[in-house]
Design a protein around this ligand. Structure first.
Ligand SMILES: Nc1nc2c(c(=O)[nH]1)N[C@H]1C(S)=C(S)[C@@H](COP(=O)(O)O)O[C@H]1N2
Ligand SMILES: [Mo]
Length: 452
């Protein structure tokens, strides 16, 4: 039996295979009509990515497969010369992959500059997010910064106030590390019930890149910290002038002043030419277009920090300083955007991550959490990184409820929705990391549902 909590906090019993009516849920000023409309649109977008109609759709535009290209014939592209090496000095994905893009949700924010778009997780492989597909969260649009005119200022409780050019930073000893970056609001639309009809929107506020830059400690050591130094304020050069306070212990730990992402310089929307990366912690602390670091003895009380980044508990109290991103996982190879095309063999694959360190184990259930099988962890298992898991599976064509459950190296096990709600209630926006359920219909369609 499934138990769905609607927007009023009341529970409705479902029969386990019945999808809760998304129109019962409202959040962020959205209307019932918008949900229905968006849902159809999401399913269309998803269908382009799904195996069921793969051969017939490119970027949502139907095109006919040409039998002339099939064996025993030699396909048309074998008869003509291909593109020249200087046709695309900066390469782009195949036009047949043009449906794999970031998408935003119109009703979520009132402008597209103070807004967010989402990583298309259902179409990604391994653990690395390509630069052009990393979700973007801006409070004042993506700043267009000329690196020649960009400076990083270090001041406050330091022995030497310093100003760095980009050239200065590029000359310093560097580090490269693979980490996920996740918005604290990832999955935040799902607290009060299953709502978003695509994996892109239930979990897509996350990326995982190889980040290169200068260890923040290197720069702070150069400035010299005064004995009273306990906190940093990081500030961005964008129109929002976003600031966040960061405790010194974390700053001297694994934080990086990042200038490169997956081997090339940062993309403008990821903070070019310089951003802070605070690994494993709320994405909002990883200040983009970083221009200033002030060292102080206490956290700053800015509008962002004192009112926005807190978690409202059932008691009416608000938790704050909940910086660490919690242990989470999701199946990505079967998802609303990746419907099944007939019974038989499939690989269940997905990603798991934790701000607490490394992923230790991931279990998969095909019966809504009654029985669990440990998945194979395949590929690198890195600190505060996406970790890829896989499991061979045979679908008999019946309705099934797919789930993944991650465990981290501290022994923490990803909670069910019921467990999470029993301690955190339903009024938070942030840190929604409960076990995801995909309902696979006998038609092969896949839906987002919540079980108790
Ligand atoms: N200067 C600045 N830094 C910022 C933001 C911003 O709007 N301005 N957004 C923050 C938030 S809320 C998140 S989740 C991450 C998102 O990083 P991304 O856009 O590279 O995915 O950047 C953070 N850093
Ligand atoms: Mo965020």
């Amino acid at each position: 039996m499934a138990d769905q909590v609607d927007s009023q906090g009341k529970s409705k019993m479902l029969n386990g295979t019945q999808k809760a009516n998304a129109s019962a849920v409202t959040a962020g000023g959205m209307s019932t009509e918008t949900v229905a409309m968006d849902r159809r649109r999401f399913l269309v977008a998803g269908a382009a990515a799904g195996g069921a109609v793969m051969a017939g759709t490119v970027g949502g535009v139907a095109h006919a497969a040409n039998p002339e290209n099939l064996p025993p014939n030699v396909p048309e592209w074998s008869h003509v010369l291909g593109a020249a090496v200087d046709d695309a000095p900066y390469g782009l994905p195949s036009p047949f992959e043009s449906h794999v893009v970031r998408r935003n949700v119109e009703w979520l924010t009132s402008t597209t500059q103070a807004s967010i778009n989402f990583t298309p997780l259902a179409n990604l492989h391994g653990i690395i997010t390509p630069n052009g597909l990393c979700f973007c969260r801006h409070h004042g649009g993506a700043a267009a910064v000329n690196p020649e005119d960009h400076r990083l200022i270090i001041h406050g409780l330091v022995d030497r106030e310093l100003i760095f050019t980009m050239e200065d930073l590029l000359r310093m000893p560097s580090v490269s590390r693979i980490h996920f970056l996740e918005c604290a609001a990832n999955g935040g639309m799902e607290w009060r019930g299953a709502q978003m009809e695509a994996l892109q929107f239930t979990h897509g506020m996350i990326n995982c890149c190889e980040w290169t830059g200068v260890s923040l400690k290197t720069v702070l050591d150069q400035a010299g910290l005064k004995p009273k130094a306990k906190w940093l304020l990081a500030e961005g050069a964008d129109a929002s002038g976003m600031t966040r306070s960061i405790p010194l212990e974390k700053a001297l730990g694994d934080c990086i002043l990042v200038y490169a992402q997956n081997g090339e310089m940062l993309r403008p929307e990821q903070g070019y030419p310089l951003r802070l990366l605070v690994p494993g912690w709320e994405g909002n602390m990883s200040i983009k277009w970083l221009r200033r670091i002030e060292v102080g003895d206490q956290p700053w009380h800015t509008r962002e920090e004192s009112s926005k980044y807190t978690d409202l508990m059932p008691s009416g109290e608000a938790r704050r300083f909940t910086w660490r991103q919690e242990t989470n996982s999701v199946i990505t190879s079967v998802a609303p955007e990746r419907p099944l095309n007939g019974k038989g063999f499939y690989e269940l694959s997905g990603v798991a991550w934790t701000g607490s360190g490394k992923i230790k184990r991931v279990d998969i259930s095909t019966d809504g959490g009654r029985n669990w099988t440990t998945a194979q962890i395949s590929g690198p298992v890195l600190d505060k990184s996406l970790t890829r898991f896989r499991m061979p599976w045979r679908w008999n064509g019946e309705e099934v409820l797919l789930q993944s459950r991650a465990m981290d190296e501290t022994g923490y096990v990803q909670p069910t929705f019921a467990q999470l709600r029993s301690t955190r209630g339903i009024w938070s926006i942030y840190h929604r990391h409960a076990i995801q359920t995909w309902l696979v219909r006998s038609s092969g369609e896949v839906e987002n549902v919540q079980l108790s």
